[in-house]
Design a binder for this molecule. Structure first.
Ligand code: ADP
Length: 628
């Protein structure tokens, strides 16, 4: 919390000062009315006291009772207006403070987060990070807004009212304060009892949300499997659980305020009794001090004003605890140290020849696990197409993610034109590489924006030209608003092949010297594939290109094909070489040519074993996803 105020509050000092000043003034001004009320009763109606007000010159005080009454009315009305104005200023100050701190904190947290390496994102749940960026940051709002101002208000009340009450009549002040320790204990017990109940409510909200989210996502399966009644029961179960936990918290909560009322009421009654008899019969048994009827009224109103802020104390503690937990999560995320941070002071990469070398590279996602890549070495030069093939899970995508430094190699080096990619700044590295993935992601925005994503200064002509070369122009022109059609989540639904062509246009526009095509034509029909392949070939002509392919026909003409199996290079050569070699590649080729009967039995056995392993990991992933 200290860090929150020191780092983010520092920029907002003027608002905080306004907030503090406004709160102190409005609360102090609020003390005036009960005091004047008591004074007016004594001086105007009972003529028991002389009419004197601090800071008011005696010459301004009228001599007639009517004049005094008007003065009292004017002071009370004036104090109310002034109090309201200062309260408005205080609210303005604190709200502005809270909003600015929240805004700066959210942007900073996001900025820190997006620079973390992919390993971090693999481990964290999307929902968890969203909840930090959104819920936790918003959670701070209440405390930033009200925390300090409530604490100040209590301070003013305790000090101001306490001092005035003790000055008027200290024995009665002690009586009036009797409920305070009782209230403190009562509030403490309440907070202790309700907190685990609130935690249970939050957990059951989470469970209900996941259930609903999962069901909406899986609506198609629910329908095809006729599982509607089964799901209604499950939703009902989750909703009932939420009902039960919430009801449990409600039954506790609704006891609190009446309970406070009873305690303060008893205290009020005792003060009223002692004070009332004091005014009526004079000081009770040997107690010092005097009490007029007017002072008694002042006293009773202050007692009311005093007790409620004390009861709020528990809420402030509660607010503080929640804000502290959120801050801890936010600063925890800010404190994550990435495996590598993008260091901008490293020199830029300059690609001259476009030669890429993998030198004995090994890599594993987690240190404890078996590495995913073992001692891979390869070289590709400008104008070359290097095909990467192998069964699912062999490590093809991983191999190329290392080139764009989504992850860092554990052993060995990757060099571009002789420079180790770890010694250049990551931005310049990524600028030099175009990446067309199997599952292209489109942002919510126009087609045009999606094509120009990364090349933000592209002109309309360049965008259209890139789309034409990616064979995307025709279908874009058929969209409702052409290049200005909104796509991505919540936008017009595009087919996999259309998304892929937009992503290819994006890469064509970027025109990088190195190219990674990760199953670039996986989502398109055979005809479109031929067209895209043509434009990709044109694009790849003067570049160093890596192409991952399941459909081996797409890399048949590659200059070299690397065959990966279990993270090891098991074969390499041209299509012809590999067919002659008659091993894994030749068998994969037979599968695709439909010559299943010619496959050796060992290949079939391996395939069955491999599918079993893949199914196992997919099952484990699905399981882990569900639990979260
Ligand atoms: P391919 O592209 O050949 O299908 P991948 O490179 O995607 O293979 O995966 C290679 C292996 O690494 C697989 O066993 C896969 O389960 C594992 N893997 C892939 N991505 C991750 C990740 N983010 N975290 C942990 N393991 C991963």
């Amino acid at each position: 919390m200290w860090r929150l105020y020191a780092e983010y509050g520092r920029e907002q000092v003027p608002q905080a000062i306004l907030g503090v000043f406004g709160t102190l003034t409005s609360r102090s001004v609020g003390l005036i009315s009960p005091f004047v009320l008591g004074l007016a009763i004594d001086a105007v109606f009972l003529s028991q006291r002389e009419y004197t007000l601090p800071f008011l010159p005696q010459a301004w005080v009228p001599s007639t009772p009517t004049g005094l009454l008007w003065l009292s009315i004017a002071v009370i009305a004036g104090a109310t207006v002034v109090g309201a104005v200062f309260q408005w200023l205080a609210n303005w100050g604190w709200n502005s403070f809270a909003q600015h701190v929240q805004h700066a904190l959210r942007v900073d947290t996001y900025d820190t987060m997006q620079l973390l390496d992919m390993g971090f994102f693999d481990e964290k749940q999307t929902g968890e990070m969203l909840s930090i960026l959104n819920n936790d940051v918003n959670q701070l709002e209440t405390f930033l807004n009200e925390g300090i101002s409530s604490a100040l208000r209590i301070g003013v009340m305790v000090l101001g009212i306490g001092v005035i009450m003790f000055a008027i009549n200290w024995p009665l002040a002690l009586v009036a304060l009797l409920p305070v320790p009782v209230l403190a204990v009562f509030t403490y017990l309440f907070v202790k009892k309700i907190q685990p109940k609130y935690a249970a409510v939050r957990a059951s909200v989470g469970a209900l949300n996941s259930r609903l989210e999962n069901n909406i996502g899986g609506i198609q399966v629910i329908k095809t499997e006729n599982a509607e009644s089964y799901e209604v029961e499950r939703v009902e179960g989750a909703s009932q659980h939420y009902f039960d936990t919430n009801w449990d918290a409600i039954t506790t909560r609704i006891v609190f305020f009446p309970g406070l009322g009873v305690i303060t009421g008893i205290g009020f009654a005792i003060t009223f009794a002692v004070g009332g008899f004091w005014v009526l019969n004079g000081a009770p048994a040997g107690l010092p001090g005097t009490l007029t009827a007017g002072q008694f009224v002042t006293f009773m109103v202050y007692t009311q004003q005093f007790i409620w802020p004390m009861a709020q104390f528990g809420q402030i503690i509660n607010m503080y605890q929640r804000a502290k937990a959120s801050s801890a999560r936010i600063f925890g995320l800010m404190g994550e140290t990435a495996k590598h941070m993008e260091s901008s002071d490293a020199p830029d990469l300059t690609v001259t020849e476009g030669t890429v070398e993998y030198d004995d590279v090994s890599f594993g996602y987690a240190k404890a696990d078996e590495p995913v890549l073992h001692n891979v070495s390869l070289t590709a030069t400008r104008g070359q197409l290097l095909g990467v093939v192998g069964p699912t899970g062999a490590g093809k995508s991983t191999l190329l993610k290392l080139l764009v430094r989504m992850y860092d190699t554990d052993e060995g080096t990757i060099r571009i034109d002789g420079t180790d990619i770890h010694e250049v700044n990551t931005q310049s590295l990524r600028r030099a590489i175009g990446y067309v993935s199997q599952d292209p992601f489109l942002f919510y925005g126009t087609v045009k924006e999606n094509i120009a994503y990364g090349t933000f200064d592209a002109t309309d002509e360049e965008i259209v030209d890139a789309a034409k070369r990616a064979e995307a122009h025709e279908f874009i022109m058929n969209l409702p608003d052409g290049y200005d059609t909104m796509v991505g989540e919540r936008g017009v639904k595009l087919s996999g092949g259309q998304r892929q062509r937009i992503s290819i246009a994006r890469t064509i526009l970027k025109n990088p010297p190195l190219l990674i095509l990760d199953e670039a034509t996986s989502h398109v029909d055979t005809e479109t594939e031929a067209l895209i392949q043509r434009s990709l070939n044109r694009l790849a002509a003067e570049k160093t290109t890596f192409a991952i392919a399941h459909r081996l026909s797409t890399i048949r003409h590659a200059d070299e094909i690397i065959v990966l199996d279990d993270g090891r290079v098991v074969e390499r050569g041209t299509h012809r070489d590999l067919i002659d070699n008659d091993d894994l590649y030749a068998n994969l080729w037979r599968v695709q040519a439909g010559e299943i009967d010619d496959l050796p039995p060992e290949f079939i056995e391996r395939a069955i074993r491999r599918r079993a392993e893949v199914a196992e990991t997919e099952f484990a992933e699905a399981d882990a996803g569900w639990e979260n």
